[in-house]
Design a protein around this ligand. Structure first.
Ligand SMILES: [Zn+2]
Length: 421
């Protein structure tokens, strides 16, 4: 028997550990072991399945996935591991996969799970590659029918079905995969009321598509409510959090594309989760959010989107989130939130902290600026403005320059949605 004092000390230590074990530290330890465990398991097999997904993905199904990967011949690594909010990855697939990639130290097509959807990240020569066939195969597996047409049932798909579809899609000849993605994207554009290119859509057509969209959304929402009870309105900031801008500012161009893509993905979930607004003003706000989403998505399509377009896409997402929050507030009889301005000189500087007088062409105007830019202007020096080619972006002739990313006028969303370049 240990002396009483030692036993008391042990009890006290255990109690302390129980009381003091902060859930964050616990979550970090778990997350750490999740990435270590997953990386170790990926060394042995290209498919790793963790609880609770192993309930739906039987060992036989897992072997089927492994065989498909072997047949395919591409370096695919599938980590079907649940990520939870509050862990060291913030429940997000991208940092999780980045850690896996670092641990394994090899390129490949990494597949992870984000909520119910697959997320795919491709690394070549240590750098992430954006917008390739793996991306297309993921989009189709998450959102489209097998032949690439729009799907209202893709939502119901299980994780296993998505994983199998992804591998099947990736095994398609590239031309066929491209054709299916093009078909899906043009249908999606139509669905969100975005006419593609030749301006052939009549006003009646647009109205009909709009009604169809509302019907589909209403049906989907009803189905989901029936299944899971009433949906709470989405929580969180009504605009993009500061860390998004900080991360984007630090990011290399390729990562900036990923940041924009990530935020668009999150926005599309928010749009999906939000109940259809009731009051006309709330419906207008919701429609503006849809327009901003569609416009941002168009500007980020293709691997060669210029930096200003990627920054513009983040600004549009910021607008869209504010409009969604406005729709909720209006329906609840509250005052809609005002979107806090971003630094006009470079939206990636984050929220403006003051207004400054600035010479724009022949006129002096007041613009919102971050602290650093405001100080530069005050000191009579050039602020650290976002570059577009070899000039500050506002000296070029683009919709971003003409609107100051929405600072000079409040019709940024409309102008970009109209296709103004
Ligand atoms: Zn600034």
């Amino acid at each position: 028997m240990p002396p009483l004092r030692a036993r008391l000390a042990t009890v006290a230590l255990v109690l302390l550990a129980l009381l003091a074990a902060p859930s964050v530290a616990a979550a970090q330890r778990t997350a750490e072991s999740i990435s270590a465990r997953t990386a170790a398991a990926l060394e042995r097999s290209p498919v790793v399945v963790d609880p609770p997904y192993d309930n739906v993905i039987t060992p036989a199904a897992e072997r089927r996935l492994v065989r498909k990967i072997e047949t395919n011949g591409k370096p695919i690594l599938m980590a079907l591991v649940p990520l939870v909010e509050g862990d060291q990855f913030g429940g997000e697939a991208r940092p999780f996969v980045a850690t896996l990639r670092d641990r394994l130290g090899r390129d490949g097509i990494y597949v992870a799970v984000d909520d119910r959807y697959l997320r795919v990240f491709e690394y070549r020569a240590g750098r992430s590659r954006y917008g390739g066939p793996a991306d297309d195969a993921m989009t189709l597996a998450n959102y489209a029918e097998e032949n690439g047409t729009r799907s209202t049932t893709a939502y119901e798909r299980t994780l296993l079905e998505r994983a199998e579809l992804f591998l099947d899609n990736l095994a398609l000849p590239p031309a066929e995969l491209e054709k299916r993605v093009a078909r899906f994207e043009s249908e999606r554009d139509e669905r969100i009321g975005y006419s593609t290119g030749d301006g052939g859509g009549s006003a009646l057509g647009v109205v009909l598509v709009g009604i169809a969209v509302l019907l589909i959304v209403a049906i989907l929402l009803r189905r989901r409510r029936n299944r899971s009870g009433a949906r709470p309105a989405p929580r969180g900031l009504p605009v993009l959090p500061d860390r998004v801008f900080e991360h984007a500012r630090a990011a290399r161009r390729a990562n900036l594309h990923e940041d924009a893509d990530d935020e668009l993905m999150k926005l599309s979930k928010l749009l999906d989760d939000q109940p259809v607004p009731q009051k006309p003003a709330a419906q207008d706000a919701y429609q503006r959010a849809l327009d901003a989403y569609a416009a941002a998505r168009r500007r980020t399509t293709g691997a060669e989107a210029p930096t200003v377009d990627l920054v513009g896409a983040l600004v549009l997402v910021d607008h869209a989130r504010n409009d969604l929050a406005a729709a909720v507030a209006i329906d609840a009889g509250r005052k809609p939130p005002k979107r806090p301005a971003l630094c006009m000189f470079d939206p990636l500087h984050g929220r403006a902290t003051r207004d400054v007088r600035w010479q724009r062409g022949k006129r002096k105007i007041t613009v919102p600026a971050c602290k650093a830019c405001a100080s530069a202007i005050k000191a009579g020096t050039a602020p650290d403005a976002l570059r577009d080619g070899d000039q500050p972006y506002f000296e070029r002739d683009t919709v971003w320059a003409r609107t100051g990313f929405g600072t000079f006028d409040d019709d940024l969303v409309e102008r970009v949605a109209r296709g103004e370049r």
